[in-house]
Design a protein around this ligand. Sequence first.
Ligand code: AMP
Length: 282
Amino acid sequence: MKVFHKINPLKDALNHHRSNSRKIGLVPTMGALHKGHASLINRSMNETDVTVCSLFVNPIQFNNTRDLDTYPRTLKKDIHFLEKLGCHILFNPSVQEMYPYPPVVEFGFGEMEKSMEGAFREGHFSGVALVVAKLFNLVKPHKAYFGQKDLQQFVIVEKMVKDMNIDLELICAPIIREESGLAVSSRNQRLSEAQKALAANLYKALQLGQQLLAENHDISSVKREVSNFLSQWQDICPEYFEIVNTCTLKTVDYMEDGKEVALCIAAYIGSVRLIDNVIFKK
Ligand code: AMP
């Protein structure tokens, strides 16, 4: 695997692949790689000729310095992990390389960023969109792979790609879970075993919500039941539980036949903030 820390050599290598008509796949990550990331990398390796994994903890998408400072950084292990998967290129720029001066461009996504992650993490999606747009411009991938785990992020990136006519195919890959149902996440490294067991109840809450929707309960009673379910555990501090339209991300007040919704949750377990979601269609 070739490792690039600088933009220009990365571009030269990719120009060479492009001139040989090789299809390029990009998997953007913030590192502390796990089997969720591996599923995206494996998919890219199956569907394209050259897979680029980017590893960059993007400071401008964090609005909480503690979260940024404590974000796990495990570069050596990550390189080994990617080599074992057979990934072709790792792009691991410094903050200085990505932002030689403070960026002035900001993105706004209107209603789409008013709820959930956008509501609780001000400026988050502007930071995500800027780094993703930069990566798309640098790598010029044919395909880019994202996880359903960050559903709001995927829908917003999809919108940006459409609005800006960026010429690539976006892929949204399913959430990889532990046996307990806990969505795999880099942040899980900061949980004790007991906390991990507790965190698995977030998925149980989503499953309960899904089951109640299937039984035709109305949205407000589903929200109430899910909230009651989670209130059994003092050490789970829910931040939000929303049921949203998967295209617009607007909260839905009632279920319509054939319309897809996502049940999305964010909660703190100790100081660790976790998110998860499931998609439901009636
Ligand atoms: P991150 O490093 O957390 O920014 O994640 C990089 C990419 O991996 C994002 O597109 C995530 O949605 C995706 N991802 C994270 N966790 C999982 C998971 N458990 N299953 C599938 N994809 C994931």
